[in-house]
Design a protein around this ligand. Structure first.
Ligand SMILES: Nc1ncnc2c1ncn2[C@@H]1O[C@H](COP(=O)(O)OP(=O)(O)O)[C@@H](O)[C@H]1O
Ligand SMILES: [Mg+2]
Length: 460
């Protein structure tokens, strides 16, 4: 494994003069409320690693400690205990001068309300961090113009901030961070103040940018749907602690505790869970090279009445059914010629659950999952699809996720992508994440995920 881009280890932040004492009490097992007289424990024992090129989302309700955590990652707030390592440097150990250098060269930050310099043009605003870095005028203007183009602001370079909408101003903030061309981007509720539709656009744009730029992004949000839409992995915070760090799919299928289970109850699962996460090894696969007798024997052993047929490279060719095979055998046929039904619909590992029901309904066989080369990598039985729609049992359904205005809202996905109900529910989760993953796979020099274990076909 390569060195993570960023590593937080047992990080604590207690506001108040007796912070160290409070940390000791917490380390001895004291609850957050018990150390109130010593200070406010905003972050408690947080540990995680962010890999280069990863979008790592920190999600939690208002007051859970997200901003405090992210401000410790770039040295804006000193840690009460623990360490934050950027690349190979422990930022608590570096000089203030070096810290400023790290901040300007390695880490950019985008906030919720981005402060632009009102009397400077959009271009000069985007070029600002480069100016601070001492980059020559021509070069910084060129880099800023490129970054503005990336965020969809081409043509607005000479406008003033007051001439832009809120969404466009936020884009300038993103462009500024991109122009600085730092390896790490920290984004604290960067899209939270935007109208739902604009916000959705920004999310899509970030995913798209990520597929080509591959920055290391730490993205903070209180919106679970946004978290699932953007995050390669998500850390869920509650009362200063990280309670689970996982992929969206794993959080949905295996929530760490009742709190998380409650939190995710409203997520549109059908858009987050993909075929790759649900597929399993088929019970039987028929090789084209064998004859009807061999196919029947294999199917009989697996107790299935139909199976998928693959060639030597395991490319999916179609399916065979027991009655056709029996007839062929009676005719004395030696090959599967004329017996293979080629009407199979397969999905890819990236296909979201919402798009699996229709093809699953068309076939007697469990849904086939193929890779980019058409090879059969697994199957999804229909019953698995149905099970996946249901959230895992919560042991204690009374565990309250605080119902405040910042609670994550459910996606209202109808699949058309235009659904939006209010400022906090930018529904629709998985579609562009899938698009981004596909883009990533096609990007030269980047290995796509290629789950290949299951290779046979199975009837239910
Ligand atoms: N400068 C500060 N002094 C004292 N308490 C603070 C300070 N900043 C944040 N807090 C407290 O720390 C907790 C976490 O706040 P914050 O990190 O802003 O949460 P979030 O970003 O998740 O909304 C809250 O209880 C907040 O009141
Ligand atoms: Mg905050």
């Amino acid at each position: 494994m390569s060195v993570p881009a960023l590593r937080a280890q047992n990080v604590y932040k207690v506001f108040g003069r007796r912070g160290r004492e409070a940390v000791e009490r917490l380390q001895q097992g004291a609850a957050r409320e018990e150390i109130n007289e010593l200070g406010t424990a905003a972050v408690i024992d947080a540990s995680f690693e962010v890999n280069a090129g990863e979008t790592f989302v920190v999600m939690g309700l208002s007051g859970s400690g997200k901003s405090t955590l992210i401000r410790m990652l770039n040295g804006l707030l000193p840690l009460t205990a623990g360490s934050v390592v950027i690349g190979e440097e422990d930022i608590a150990q570096v000089s203030p001068a070096r810290m400023r250098q790290i901040r300007s060269e390695k880490i950019s930050m985008v906030f919720q309300h981005f402060a632009l310099l009102p009397h400077r043009s959009v271009l000069d605003n985007a070029a600002y961090p480069l100016e601070i870095q001492g980059v020559a005028r021509a070069e910084r203007r060129e880099r800023a113009a490129e970054a503005l183009a990336m965020t969809g602001l081409k043509g607005w370079e000479s406008s003033l901030p007051s001439q832009l909408s809120g969404g466009m101003r936020q884009r300038v903030g993103l462009a500024r961070a991109l122009a600085a061309d730092t390896e790490i981007l920290l984004m604290d509720e960067a899209f939270s103040a935007l109208d739902p539709l604009i916000r959705r656009e920004m999310q899509e744009q970030l995913n798209e940018l990520q597929s080509s730029l591959g920055k290391t992004v730490v993205f903070i949000t209180h919106d679970l749907n946004e978290a699932m839409f953007l995050g390669d992995r998500i850390a869920i915070m509650r009362d200063g602690r990280i309670v689970q760090t996982d992929t969206a799919e794993r959080i949905l299928s295996d929530p760490a505790d009742d709190y998380v289970a409650q939190f995710i109850a409203d997520v549109d699962r059908s858009r987050v869970i993909t075929a790759g996460a649900l597929m399993r090894r088929p019970r039987a696969t028929v090789f084209l090279a064998g004859g009807p007798g061999l196919a029947l024997r294999e199917m009989s052993e697996a107790q299935v009445s139909a199976a998928y047929v693959v060639d030597r490279r395991r490319v999916l060719l179609g399916s065979v059914h027991d009655d056709d095979l029996l007839a062929a055998q009676r005719r004395g046929a030696q090959t599967l010629e004329g017996v293979v039904r080629a009407d199979t619909t397969a999905v890819s590992t990236d296909t979201p659950l919402s798009e699996m029901f229709a093809p699953a309904a068309e076939s007697l066989l469990p849904l086939a999952v193929t890779d980019t080369e058409g090879r059969l990598v697994g199957v999804v039985p229909r019953v698995t699809l149905l099970e996946a729609m249901v959230p895992p049992e919560s042991a204690d359904s009374t565990t309250g996720v605080p119902q405040q205005d910042t609670a994550p809202a459910a996606g209202t996905g109808d699949g058309t992508g235009g659904e939006v109900t209010d400022a906090e529910s930018v529904g629709s989760v998985a579609t562009t994440r899938v698009a981004r993953d596909t883009a990533r796979e096609n990007r030269p020099g980047t290995a796509g995920t290629d789950p290949q274990n299951a290779t046979e076909g199975e009837a239910r």
